[in-house]
Design a protein around this ligand. Structure first.
Ligand code: HEC
Ligand code: HEC
Ligand code: HEC
Ligand code: HEC
Ligand code: HEC
Length: 183
């Protein structure tokens, strides 16, 4: 099953989980919490300091991913951009949007932009961007879908499930030993 199909499946499971929890609601709220461990629907909504628009920057302004995700080709973590990077262009307004006005204010005051991670594996899983982007030469969209065309951040944590990793490894004849990914 492809990764996108699997993300869709996760969504369907989330909806099914919601129906179940709904039936159980009243006296059985812990059922929803247990489901919430794996279930995107029950993960709390995440609000970013600024509603960042990938499509505007990547597709319209043609800014490359590595301009903002500085370590995606050199480290395990991709990195998220800090306020200085945005200040390179946004100390003065570039347009008329309200969201940008809010950003310009924050940058002038020196407020940090504390982005919340949205796409993170549990601590027992080892994953490296450098390995997948450089050694395996995989495009970002293979795992992150159409993020370059989104106009606002996703509101809930998303992640690949084990089967996404293992089925590609099997296809590509990469090791599927448990200890490769679990350290
Ligand atoms: C101008 C800066 C900028 C550029 C260019 C940029 N990003 Fe981002 N990216 C951000 C910021 C800020 C966040 C955190 C807020 C959010 O989630 O939208 C983020 C978050 C993300 C996330 C985590 C959100 C999630 O879905 O879990 C992914 C994945 C991502 N970017 C991928 C990409 C890819 C792939 C590209 C190139 C096609 C790219 N980004 C280009 C600034 C940028
Ligand atoms: C290389 C220059 C550049 C960088 C770096 C940059 N931007 Fe922009 N940004 C622009 C331009 C140009 C626009 C377009 C203004 C318009 O058309 O309204 C824009 C538009 C925006 C808007 C309003 C557009 C919308 O649809 O929401 C926001 C908010 C924004 N940027 C946030 C950020 C944040 C946050 C960062 C840092 C992670 C960042 N930008 C980095 C150049 C940049
Ligand atoms: C093989 C799948 C795969 C590919 C290809 C991939 N990523 Fe990721 N990405 C992940 C995983 C898995 C995570 C979660 C990492 C973790 O928790 O250690 C992630 C997380 C991220 C995040 C979020 C970091 C955070 O702190 O929230 C960004 C941004 C990101 N990737 C950008 C990129 C960019 C840019 C590319 C292409 C240059 C790319 N990724 C290619 C699987 C991938
Ligand atoms: C679309 C295919 C694909 C996906 C999805 C993928 N990988 Fe990989 N992975 C590869 C390839 C190809 C390599 C070998 C890269 C190389 O040549 O070094 C690799 C290598 C690795 C390695 C190093 C293996 C070793 O023997 O040292 C680890 C660890 C790893 N991946 C973890 C993960 C995890 C965790 C995930 C899911 C979050 C994941 N991978 C998802 C294709 C993938
Ligand atoms: C290619 C990478 C990869 C390999 C190989 C791998 N796993 Fe995983 N595993 C993951 C990822 C990613 C997760 C987290 C999935 C999630 O959060 O949904 C995970 C989660 C788990 C969990 C937690 C279960 C859960 O649903 O959260 C267990 C237990 C586990 N793996 C056992 C194993 C065992 C046993 C093996 C060897 C037979 C193995 N894994 C091989 C990537 C891998």
């Amino acid at each position: 099953m492809g990764i996108q199909a699997s993300l869709r499946r996760e969504h369907r499971l989330a909806v099914a989980g919601f129906a179940t929890a709904f039936v159980l609601a009243g006296g059985a709220t812990t059922a929803a919490l247990t489901l919430g461990g794996r279930n995107a629907f029950f993960r709390p909504a995440v609000h970013q300091p600024i509603s960042f628009n990938h499509r505007k920057h990547v597709t319209e302004l043609d800014i490359g991913c590595t301009t903002c995700h500085l370590t995606v080709e050199t480290e395990a973590f991709s990195g998220l951009p800090d306020a200085d990077l945005c200040a390179g262009c946004h100390l003065e307004p570039q347009g008329k949007s309200e969201e940008e006005k809010k950003l310009v204010e924050m940058l002038k005051k020196g407020t940090a932009l504390a982005w919340k991670p949205l796409f993170r594996q549990p601590a027992h899983v080892f994953y490296s961007h450098r390995r997948h982007v450089i050694a395996a030469k995989l495009q970002c969209r293979v795992c992150h879908g159409a993020i370059a065309d989104t106009i606002a951040p996703p509101v809930r944590v998303r992640r690949l499930v084990m089967d996404d990793c293992v089925s590609c490894h099997r296809r590509e004849r990469v090791s599927t030993d448990c200890t490769v990914c679990h350290r």
